[in-house]
Design a protein around this ligand. Structure first.
Ligand code: KG4
Ligand code: ZN
Length: 339
């Protein structure tokens, strides 16, 4: 007799996106995401506004996910939610909702690590053209994290390198803010970069040992470049926007790829994946695909599984569930959840 295909509701609320997804086996039937435009004018996520918006969005988003998946609450086998890391108020909304629903339905509850879920998104059926085989290296790059992870099995992951200051997404967002672009600036820098010259400006390169990253020097270098140029041309940020964006993008992607190359050399693992919000970046995707000529097997997730989404939470949840890793009603959100 074969085991019954599990139906899992995933809930994600770690930052400023409220998302719910329905996973049936390895297939995503619905992945609904409600963003929060309210933060744009503040130049970053305002935690208090984020948790209030999650409270407003959570019920409509879950209802819509179930409806479009054509799944009834009573069909669900388990509920997986993001336990951390993330913003306390935001995480608490998803955590409380998931706990209450699991209690009402009397079904298992699974607490998921947000960054591990970004990586496990690769194992969703329609995640990419090339599903990575184990072991693989994953560059996880988001607004809060930058890591190189060796993934031996779904629940056996080892962090080989990490950022000692800003995350790659944070570097994008802070650079965008300096250029007068709204939050989140990463996608906007990516857009303007398409029209600019990537070698127009040179910025400081970090000298960080091993497989670790640093982006704070780049940030200072961009600021000094802008301040010096504006002494001659007060409109410099506007008149050179595309070239600045292309050069900043070139610097960030080069820093990321240089460490990834080092990790491939050190481990001998040539199966390489990217995950997290910054994996939506067009330059990173392009330059990674070029590595295929060097014998790398490259996995790039489809866009809707790059930035925050509940599909990845449901997928990760199914692996935790298969190993019996469920949690009880005493579970609480953990903004600094350990790896
Ligand atoms: O994974 P994510 O959605 O949320 C976190 O867990 O942090 O990542 C958000 C980050 C933001 O910093 C955003 O600017 C960046 O991902 N991002 C991008 C692009 N799309 C999103 N950065 C560069 N290029 C993009 N196309
Ligand atoms: Zn994320």
């Amino acid at each position: 007799m074969t085991a019954k295909t599990k139906i899992i509701l995933g809930i994600e609320s770690s930052c400023d996106d409220t998302s719910a997804a329905v996973l049936v086996g390895n297939q995503i039937r619905a992945n609904i995401i409600a963003g929060q435009a309210v933060h744009e004018s503040f130049g970053g996520v305002v935690p208090e506004l984020a948790s209030r918006a999650h409270q407003e969005n959570i019920i409509p988003v879950v209802s819509k996910a179930l409806e479009s998946a054509q799944i009834k609450l009573t069909d669900l086998d388990a509920i997986a939610f993001t336990q951390g890391p993330g913003l306390m108020g935001s995480l608490t909304v998803g955590t409380s909702f998931a706990k209450a629903l699991a209690l009402a339905l009397q079904i298992p509850l699974v607490g998921v690590h947000h960054m591990k879920a970004h990586i496990l998104a690769h194992l969703i059926d329609d995640a990419s053209d090339h599903k990575p085989s184990f072991p693989f290296l994953c560059l996880t790059v988001s607004g809060g994290h930058t890591q190189i992870v060796q993934v031996n099995a779904p629940l056996d992951m080892q962090v080989l390198g990490f950022t000692i200051d800003d995350a790659a997404g944070e570097a994008y967002d802070k650079a965008a803010k300096m250029l007068g672009l709204p939050y989140p600036g990463g996608p906007l820098i990516d857009q303007h970069a398409q029209l600019g010259n990537p070698t127009a400006f040179q910025f400081a390169k970090p000298q960080i040992p091993e497989l670790n990253f640093s982006f704070s020097g780049l940030k200072t270098s961009i600021l000094y470049t802008l301040q010096a140029a504006e002494k001659q041309d007060p409109d410099f940020r506007k008149t050179h926007l595309n070239d600045l964006c292309a050069s900043i993008q070139n610097s960030i992607v080069s820093i990321l790829l240089q460490k990834l190359e080092k990790a491939v050399q050190q481990t001998g693992i040539k199966t390489v994946a990217i995950a997290g919000g910054v994996s939506a970046n067009s330059e990173l995707r392009k330059r990674l695909l070029e590595k295929q000529t060097k014998g790398w097997q490259v996995s790039i997730p489809k866009m809707s599984y790059c930035t925050d989404n509940a599909a990845m939470i449901a997928m990760a949840g199914s692996f935790y569930l298969a190993e019996g890793q469920t949690v009880g009603q005493e579970i609480v959100a953990d903004p600094r959840l350990k790896w």
